[in-house]
Ligand binder design. Structure first.
Ligand SMILES: O=P(O)(O)O[C@@H]1[C@@H](OP(=O)(O)O)[C@H](OP(=O)(O)O)[C@H](O)[C@H](OP(=O)(O)O)[C@H]1OP(=O)(O)O
Ligand SMILES: Nc1ncnc2c1ncn2[C@@H]1O[C@H](COP(=O)(O)OP(=O)(O)OP(=O)(O)O)[C@@H](O)[C@H]1O
Length: 491
């Protein structure tokens, strides 16, 4: 890219999260990813460059090993003219959702990351004329904690996402709870995956976005403004799934198209398109934890119908979901078992602050850092080395619990598919596809106390407000208490 000739008019707002803001090029298949900071948090250009270098190194030397070369795009750092960045910032400001404007895009350093535009197929450099559909899923944590350090039994039964939903609705983050359960999505069972994906389509929150030719057509632009009109979605999707049938319309057609979409997403999620170095590193036997979540609407429906056995077919080893789950499962001790180890590291650093860089707490994220992550022993020998390994593994797990999966699909002819360019088949269309993972920024060491507190809040809220109401015995107890209160009233 010729940085001297950068023109803000060739770029447009693409999206943002809590840490970064992304703009896409109008003709080329690239995006720029800028860091975001709260106003007044003045970072020097050097600090920003160092932060970005860490992100790139972490993707290149660590996450590629876990996920595989083809799934991870670490990108490169680019230095941009400050004038271009300022103009771009002004241009895109009106497009930004209000809920994300508590942080400002960095316009002072001139540094950004340049990445392939993952809403496009990765085989083309330029925006190609053929239609492209892209589905972005932020699947969140797909397993139930199996650690013996867990103090509340409910955490062995209900997954964090399902519990957290209730706290988020109570806090006003979302209007309604979603029926999506990540444990169903990661089960590898097609029926359960279908239910999970349908639930995501019903209540996308920040877990699902759909792009057509690089433009967002479905999902939440803002926390308050969510598009969940299936008829509108079906109108967009029809040319992809039923290219020659112009007559089909109405609710039946909408349902058929949505079903086709879910089918294709399931097939791509289960496909194996890459091998990776950590491929044989099995963090935990799947059988160790519970393979279903008691709060999942799918599970509840089965129980209502008198069926108690939830199928978990298991994920094919090569697929991205499997790799994501394995990385997530590096959280072997749960935050409850991890927190005392974090405190051990903290104490050590208080005594020996100069050791912070030797211990690679803030990088560099290189080969040596990766090698140390491979020790999966859970036997605590009381050393700082053990505590540090578990802390770093936990940070990787947290990163994998918050990453997103991008699936890009484009209709193709039979002779266009090859081993390099795999295909999935829907009833009327053959799609060539690519699957990628994004937002693999390592979670900061400093966020661990926050994770510990949040975990307590999520569980306590669920126990007090949700489980107590769901459980007939508990709700009976609450009623009795209410009766007592009445007796105690002055009359
Ligand atoms: O803690 P969680 O599970 O709510 O995850 C946070 C996400 O909320 P979510 O539950 O997905 O709506 C949150 O997403 P939103 O900003 O709410 O869209 C961020 O991804 C946050 O990451 P970071 O701390 O900014 O790096 C995420 O925080 P981390 O816990 O991953 O640090
Ligand atoms: N390489 C890419 N190609 C296409 N779109 C991208 C790319 N990187 C990011 N995006 C889009 O920009 C959005 C924000 O990016 P990203 O998830 O990296 O932000 P974040 O601030 O790190 O997220 P979080 O809130 O999870 O911390 C993504 O949800 C995705 O839609």
């Amino acid at each position: 890219m010729e940085v001297e000739k950068m023109d803000e008019n060739e770029w447009k707002y693409h999206g943002e999260g809590n840490q970064s803001l992304v703009v896409s090029h109008c003709q080329r298949c690239v995006v720029l990813r800028f860091l975001k900071f709260p106003p007044n948090q003045n970072k020097t250009s050097e600090e920003i460059l160092h932060h970005l270098q860490n992100i790139v190194d972490f993707g290149k030397h660590v996450m590629k090993q876990f996920f595989g070369e083809n799934y991870v795009h670490h990108g490169e750092i680019i230095q941009l003219p400050l004038d271009f960045v300022r103009q771009l910032c002004l241009k895109i400001q009106p497009e930004r959702p209000e809920s994300r404007c508590d942080k400002d895009m960095d316009t002072l350093s001139g540094y950004a990351m340049c990445l392939p535009n993952l809403t496009r197929l990765q085989t083309y450099r330029f925006v190609e004329p053929r239609p492209i559909l892209c589905i972005e899923i932020k699947p969140k944590c797909g397993f139930i904690p199996f650690s013996s350090h867990v103090s509340q039994e409910i955490k062995h039964k209900v997954c964090r996402y399902c519990m957290h939903q209730h706290l988020k609705v109570a806090n006003g983050k979302w209007k309604r709870p979603s029926k999506y359960c990540p444990v169903d999505l990661f089960s590898g069972n097609k029926q359960r995956m279908h239910f999970a994906l349908k639930s995501l389509l019903q209540e996308a929150q920040n877990n699902l976005k759909i792009f057509k030719n690089g433009e967002l057509i479905y999902g939440c632009k803002d926390d308050q403004e969510c598009s969940s009109d299936w008829n509108e979605l079906a109108r967009h999707l029809k040319p992809f799934f039923f290219p020659s049938n112009g007559l089909v319309s109405g609710p039946h057609c909408t349902r058929t198209i949505v079903k086709e979409l879910i089918h294709v997403i399931t097939l791509t999620l289960l496909s194996s398109t890459d091998a990776c170095r950590a491929g044989d590193m099995k963090t935990v036997p799947v059988s160790q934890g519970r393979s279903y979540c008691e709060a999942s609407a799918f599970n509840k429906e089965l129980v209502r119908n008198g069926k108690h056995k939830l199928e978990s077919s298991g994920l094919p080893r090569g697929c991205l979901l499997y790799k994501t789950l394995q990385a997530q499962m590096l959280d072997m001790l749960d935050i409850e078992g991890l927190y005392p180890l974090y405190n051990r590291v903290e104490q050590y650093l208080e005594e020996f602050p100069e050791e912070r860089s030797t211990l690679q707490i803030d990088g560099p994220y290189n080969e040596a850092f990766y090698e140390k992550l491979l020790d999966l022993s859970t036997e605590d020998d009381g050393t700082i080395a053990f505590a540090l390994t578990k802390v770093q593994q936990y940070r990787i797990a947290m990163t994998a619990k918050d990453c997103s999966i991008m699936i890009a699909l484009s209709p193709c002819l039979q002779d266009e598919c090859s081993e390099q360019r795999p295909a999935v088949i829907a009833s009327k269309t053959r799609f060539t596809f690519s699957v990628s993972v994004l937002d693999l920024d390592l979670k900061p060491y400093e966020s661990i106390p926050h994770q510990y507190k949040l975990d307590g809040k999520i569980v306590n809220y669920y126990l007090k407000n949700i489980q107590a109401k769901d459980d007939p015995v508990m709700s009976g107890l609450f009623k009795e208490n209410e009766d007592c209160t009445l007796v105690l009233h002055k009359v």
